[in-house]
Design a protein around this ligand. Structure first.
Ligand code: ADP
Ligand code: MG
Length: 327
């Protein structure tokens, strides 16, 4: 894209109206300016998606790609117990992407931004030779002392997850043509879980309403996220495989890859964490009232950092690494 194009383009993707009243200056000046609130901490995170690595242009529409690029960052804010507010987008654009496709990309981003009440407040546009690279930065807030950290798991806690696990990995296999699913409803459910994840901001809010919860979002796979919690908190976890919540759609596949998807698949963007057992019932009730499923999958013990999986009476150690694949 040329420089003249760039200004024309930015004009097209700019929001017509801002959603936040504390935003003083959005897109258009050298930098965005917004006011902060007392008693809140600012949260900021960024994630990059590279064409051919994190998405395939043939398999997902520009809208879906944009939606997901913002969703994965919202998920990180949710995992801190925060609320997302603003986002910035940097794109490195190759010749293979038309301006129309880029506008679609931003339409997908705005779709999810509208749901979570966020404003696009800036970014950068550069050209590149080969593949599209998109970096989204999200800014959010959390009430002071309500930030949810990985290092807060304690022996005696129970381990919980939100939602169902493994759907996104199964959806990816469908998209890649490695898996055929007869039932159209199951197929579209799983593909949608991959293309349009639902970051768990509401669950994060409920989980930040009490004193101590350790929390992480599931981007790289349950095994990896559990290990991260254990490492950060210097504790051991015991997970019961048959307690891990599965969707009816993934169950119906009867696949021998099920364990792979559940443990190492990733990109479900659900939350995983730990809490004192005495507080779990109350949290679960609050989640249920909001239509969120909170499920106990194991417990925390004192010991060196490791994750043990109980499966039919057998104990195995769960390692971080999963499988290499196009996500
Ligand atoms: P500067 O040269 O001062 O960095 P730019 O000309 O790059 O400014 O950008 C003009 C405005 O448009 C700024 O507010 C910037 O944040 C925004 N912007 C530029 N590129 C993008 C993009 N790809 N997505 C969203 N906003 C962008
Ligand atoms: Mg610039």
């Amino acid at each position: 894209m040329t420089i003249q194009d760039e200004f024309h383009f930015i004009d097209k993707i700019k929001q017509k109206n801002n959603r936040h009243t504390l935003l003083v200056e959005g897109i258009g000046d050298d930098a965005a300016v917004y006011q902060t609130k007392n008693d809140y901490l600012e949260i900021v995170c960024a994630d990059t998606m590279v064409e051919g690595v994190h998405f395939l242009k043939d398999a997902s529409s520009p809208k879906d790609i944009g939606f997901k690029a913002v969703a994965v960052n919202i998920s990180d804010v949710a995992a801190m117990g925060g609320i997302p507010k603003y986002y910035l987008v940097t794109i490195a654009v190759p010749k293979s992407w038309s301006e129309e496709e880029l506008v679609e990309l931003y339409t997908g981003m705005d779709e999810i931004a509208e749901v979570y009440h966020m404003d696009l407040i800036g970014g950068d546009t550069v050209s590149t030779s080969d593949k599209l690279v998109i970096t989204v930065t999200v800014i959010g807030e959390v009430k002071r002392n309500r930030q949810r950290l990985r290092r807060d798991a304690r022996p005696g806690d129970i381990v919980f997850v939100t939602g169902t696990i493994g759907d996104s990995a199964a959806g990816l296999q469908i998209l890649l043509g490695n898996l055929s699913v007869n039932d159209e409803k199951d197929r579209s459910f799983l593909v949608n879980r991959h293309k349009r994840p639902s970051p768990q901001v509401k669950a994060g809010q409920i989980l930040s309403s009490i004193n101590r919860v350790s929390l992480n979002d599931i981007s790289d796979g349950l095994a990896s996220e559990l290990n991260e919690l254990c490492e950060a908190s210097c504790v051991k976890m015991v997970i019961e495989k048959d307690k891990i919540p599965l969707s009816d759609s993934i169950r119906s596949l009867n696949s021998n890859q099920l364990d792979e998807w559940i443990l190492y698949g990733g990109e479900d963007f659900e939350l995983v964490g730990t809490v004192s057992p005495s507080l779990f019932d109350q949290l679960q009730k609050q989640c249920n009232e909001e239509g969120i499923c909170l499920t106990v999958i194991g417990h925390v013990e004192a010991g060196h950092s490791e994750v043990i999986l109980l499966d039919d009476g057998n104990e195995t150690k769960l390692h971080k690494s999963g499988f290499n694949h196009f996500k």
